[in-house]
Design a binder for this molecule. Sequence first.
Ligand SMILES: CC(C)(COP(=O)(O)OP(=O)(O)OC[C@H]1O[C@@H](n2cnc3c(N)ncnc32)[C@H](O)[C@@H]1OP(=O)(O)O)[C@@H](O)C(=O)NCCC(=O)NCCS
Length: 145
Amino acid sequence: MLRLRPFSPNDIPAVAGVVRESLRENYSATIYLDIHKWWRDGFIVAENEGRIVGFVAGVNNAPYNTRILMLAVLELHRKRGIGSALMDAFLQQCALRGMRTVELEVRVSNETAIGFYKRYGFQIAGTLPRFYTDGEDGYKMMRHL
Ligand SMILES: CC(C)(COP(=O)(O)OP(=O)(O)OC[C@H]1O[C@@H](n2cnc3c(N)ncnc32)[C@H](O)[C@@H]1OP(=O)(O)O)[C@@H](O)C(=O)NCCC(=O)NCCS
């Protein structure tokens, strides 16, 4: 049974686990608290049988614009619609807040995620040279609501 709900600070260890496994990043707990403070409705977790298996976190970074900072689902739980459920819930929050555009960055090599975002109507809006700490370029992707 999949359940989507707002992030709460108690979820930090589980969310950090998803980030380590799926995004290969190790962030300090304060990052999650900061994102949560910026925009509570834009930080949503997906629970399967009571365990967090994915999440989306975004911020309202400019008037009428949101930026997805992280979207990830544990590898074992992918291709079952959890990423889509998270994206739908996120876009619904954006619409409720009267947002007009959503933007995100993605590694140019991440074909799975690029395909996923294109299915959601995101388009590549530009290349970000050496955007990632390991030197890889990123794509800026955008969609209108
Ligand atoms: C991108 C990501 C979040 C997608 O999560 P997901 O849970 O696999 O997403 P979904 O299951 O909703 O959709 C994935 C694909 O599976 C397909 N799918 C969904 N349910 C399915 C089912 N029951 N049977 C078969 N295929 C299915 C979807 O059509 C979709 O295909 P597409 O991407 O070719 O359009 C996930 O791949 C991920 O965590 N990647 C690593 C982290 C990452 O790269 N994040 C983005 C960085 S910016």
